[in-house]
Design a protein around this ligand. Structure first.
Ligand SMILES: Nc1ncnc2c1ncn2[C@@H]1O[C@H](COP(=O)(O)OP(=O)(O)O)[C@@H](O)[C@H]1O
Ligand SMILES: Cc1ncc(COP(=O)(O)O)c(N)n1
Length: 277
């Protein structure tokens, strides 16, 4: 059917407070105009203050969810978020090779905003060897890029170097997010498969309400890829969307509050595209 609704998939964890994980992904997919399916690899008891409990899904049930989706839906692009442990990482890698879910965006989620671990440290090696080589795009934040590359990041040159190292590990394209830190200007770095690169710069919104920013930008980029956008345009549109969800903030909870996924404030002029800085 050529007029099918564009369909995307997230394989990730559930956040009971609704701000991150699969909740953030589904809200983003709807806002971007695509249909979202979901595979739950974990349940978290979580709120804006932290993560209180985690229950991993049994591996057979993760596989059954992937198969049910592959047997019926026409998935054009997929993202993964929280995967929890090495066994789940290996199973998801097998699923990505077994089923055709289209272009793959890997958000290598390791920590929640309050610092709680969402990936066992011993699973990092599996992410690097099994998932990175399957990606269209990987979207680490600064701490995740330091762990994946094994290099400290203190400035722009370090960001470029870490992105190159991550690309050499097998990732086709890299978006290194610059949200962590205190500077009033945020710079995200993009290294493309052909070796060209650019920066997306924006004004930092001085807020604690950033629960789910990483999930949201990776879900928006996945949606844009399913809509047929080229990767550079998909990343720019994803960044415009997450920026608006932060700027147009809502008041929920007492800690790292969630984003306004229903925002109507997405505009073209808040993000600067820079090729040489
Ligand atoms: N306070 C903020 N103001 C504006 N943009 C932000 C802010 N915090 C994060 N972002 C943007 O949100 C996206 C996710 O960033 P980041 O917080 O680095 O990732 P993660 O949620 O994975 O830790 C990036 O594009 C980043 O530039
Ligand atoms: C289930 C789950 N998945 C992912 C995140 C990371 O969220 P963020 O986008 O803020 O890094 C989270 N806190 N909980």
């Amino acid at each position: 059917m050529s007029n099918e609704t564009p369909q995307v998939l997230t394989i990730a964890g559930a956040d009971s407070s609704g701000g991150a994980g699969i909740s953030a992904d589904l809200k983003t997919f709807a806002a971007q105009g695509v249909y979202g399916a979901n595979v739950f690899v974990a349940l978290t008891a979580q709120n804006t203050l932290g993560v209180q409990d985690v229950l991993m899904t049994p591996p057979d049930m993760i596989w059954s969810q992937m198969k049910s989706i592959a047997d019926d839906l026409a998935i054009k692009a997929i993202k993964t978020g929280m995967l929890g442990n090495a066994e789940t990482v290996a199973l998801v890698a097998k699923g990505l090779q077994n089923f055709d879910f289209g272009k793959y965006v890997l958000d290598p989620v390791m920590f929640a905003k309050g610092g709680a671990k969402l990936l066992n440290p011993d699973a990092v090696a599996a992410v690097k060897s099994l998932l990175l080589p399957l990606t269209e795009l990987v979207t680490p934040n600064m701490p995740e890029a330091e762990i994946l590359s094994g290099q400290a990041i203190n400035n722009r040159q370090d960001m470029q170097r870490a992105a190159r190292t991550i690309q050499k590990l097998g990732a086709k394209n890299v978006l290194l997010k610059g949200g962590h830190g205190q500077s009033s200007r945020i710079e995200d770095y993009i290294l493309l498969a052909d070796g060209t690169d650019f920066w997306l710069a924006s004004q930092r919104v001085h807020t604690e309400r950033t629960h789910g920013t990483g999930d949201t930008i990776s879900a928006a980029i996945t949606s844009q890829l399913a809509l047929g956008k080229t990767l550079d345009v998909a990343i720019l549109n994803g960044k415009r969307y997450v920026d608006a969800t932060i700027r147009d903030g809502i008041a929920v909870g007492h800690g790292h509050g969630p984003l306004n996924h229903g925002t109507k404030l997405v505009t073209e002029d808040t993000i600067e595209v820079l090729h040489d800085i």
